[in-house]
Write a protein that binds this ligand. Sequence first.
Ligand code: HPA
Length: 283
Amino acid sequence: MSKEYERLILAKSYIEERLASQGLDFTPRIGLVLGSGLGGYAANMEVLAEIPYRDISEFPVSTVPGHDGKYIFGYVAKSDGAKVPIVAMKGRVHYYEGYSVQTVVMPIRVMGMLGIESVILTNAAGGINLDFAPGDLMLISDQITGYVPSPLIGPNIEELGTRFPDMSKLYNPEYREIARQVAAEMGIDLKEGVYVQFTGPQFETPSEIKAFRTLGASAVGMSTACEAIAAGHMGLKVMGISCISNMASGILDQPLTHEEVQETADKVAHKFEQLVTGIIVRI
Ligand code: HPA
């Protein structure tokens, strides 16, 4: 067993023991990564348990304000009274914080090992497509890994997946269709496009944005592509939704700030929560 897999097993066992100590025998079906704008998502759940990352041995802990880290276990209710068991990740760690990409994806992999079949990745992203506007929601159709190393570099964790995983349908096509339908029913104008991940923490330069627009990117962020790769490697079904929190560098004649990102994400929170809940009860 590889060292990396041992770390993952340790984290998974700790979580299972902790849930059991609360009398819970709980297998989540969907993992939900709460990006900017969805930080309050727990209000839409029947929460059973919360486990802070800092309690889990060797788990990465976020250093970014507003990104406190914990798993939230609970249910999302369907209209017929049935309940979907989910685990939400409130807060994630980023490559720019200095963690290795392998460490960054630990929380995703552990959710996979806890039994989820699908993961919904959400984030705030800068709009590269000139037809987008801040406040738009964008369904991720595909991704470009920018300059971020693959989380699969190093000895392959055979227990999780194959050495050379296929990424041709990384963002599950059936799930994307469901997302489009749910958005249409809710009257949400859901955009769609390609997400590119840069390492950050600096925002991009106008030339970088121009270059990646030419290469086919529609939105840019600092988190999601490496998570999607780790999830895809494990055979999880992946969905991704970006909140376009700002127009990317060089589009508007104004500096980019983290505050703008958070402000827009907070403004769209309600719409974003509704959409995500609508999708969870359908997939
Ligand atoms: N660039 C990179 N990451 C981001 C941005 C951006 O413009 N907005 C939100 N996250």
